[in-house]
Design a protein around this ligand. Sequence first.
Ligand code: DX5
Ligand code: ZN
Length: 225
Amino acid sequence: MKKMLISPSLLAADFARLGEELAAVEAAGADMLHLDVMDGVFVPNISFGMPVIASLRKASGMFFDVHIMITDPIRYIDGLAKAGADGVTFHLEAAPDTGAVIDRIRARGMKAGLTLRPGTPVEELLPWLPRLDLALVMTVEPGFGGQSFLPEMMEKVSAIRREAERLGCPRLIIQVDGGVGRDTAAACGAAGANCLVAGSAIFGKKDYAAETEAIRAAALAAIHK
Ligand code: DX5
Ligand code: ZN
């Protein structure tokens, strides 16, 4: 049986109760925690940064999957490592030297992820796959939670899956982020994703465990069909 990792996005949590929200998704069976860091420049929104991640780090041993929407990301890799990030995913549009950012993330003992905006062709990401732990396909324009899933992005997921198989990268995590919920998870699984980010589909619901498992089950059912 293949695995389907679920990474709830804290952006949709109640920020007045972050510690409790983190404990709740952990108890609900989440595999990692997705933390969206936005700088107000690369995207037209500001979320949270290192001090919040460092505080949460003290409260949890979960894998912190940090998605940075930041211009010139290399400036913040050391700070993210110090704050307790386990993995950092950055935007190829934001970094003048993609390889240097990957190397810095790795040198700080973290897993390296790369992502792209919906409008950026997947061909720009494919050459980097052998150097990555995670490839993220954005299924909304980065910047805000609660937007609608862009199904046409599934072609990118399939292209990454095919190229990962061709190159022999069996451990690559192929993640999808934006508008993922019980209704859209199947398309992600069918296209070849093995890790789903879900913000508004989990937080704000009564039963986080039921939502987490429904998303996971829908994606897995599509793979094993
Ligand atoms: C958008 C973020 C997402 C966002 C997803 O810029 O990268 O992680 O929180 O939220 P939902 O699941 O509500 O689309
Ligand atoms: Zn994200």
